[in-house]
Design a protein. Structure first.
Length: 111
């Protein structure tokens, strides 16, 4: 098992255990993994994914009057520092669980 060194800030360095995936080795994308920012990139990606999922899911929950919703996904960092969404939520370095408790609309006066 390999590892990369990721810098959280000026004074904090973290070693992240990784697997070699070669996710970008044959890709023509302009993505350049950055091992020093791997954890920060993971947190930013988790935040953006969560916001995007919430924006799509919450209106639908309100429409069908659902009260709860839960979703899980996993994030991995590969041996080059690339951030990946894991195929299996349990096979990752960061397991993310999104939970929404949608409050029912307030009762109408007089009802």
């Amino acid at each position: 098992m390999a590892f990369i060194v990721s810098r959280l800030d000026k004074d904090t360095i973290v070693m992240v255990e990784t697997e070699t995936t070669g996710a970008f080795s044959k890709s023509e994308l302009e993505v350049k993994p950055d091992p020093e920012r791997a954890i920060i990139n993971s947190v930013e990606t988790i935040t953006k994914m969560s916001r995007t999922i919430a924006a799509g899911v919450i209106p639908s929950l309100r429409e069908v009057r659902a009260s709860n919703f839960e979703m899980m996904f996993g994030m991995k960092i590969d041996g080059q520092g690339a951030v990946l969404v894991s195929q299996r939520p349990d096979d990752c370095q960061f397991k993310v669980t999104l939970r929404w408790n949608v409050a029912p609309p307030p009762p109408r006066p007089g009802s």
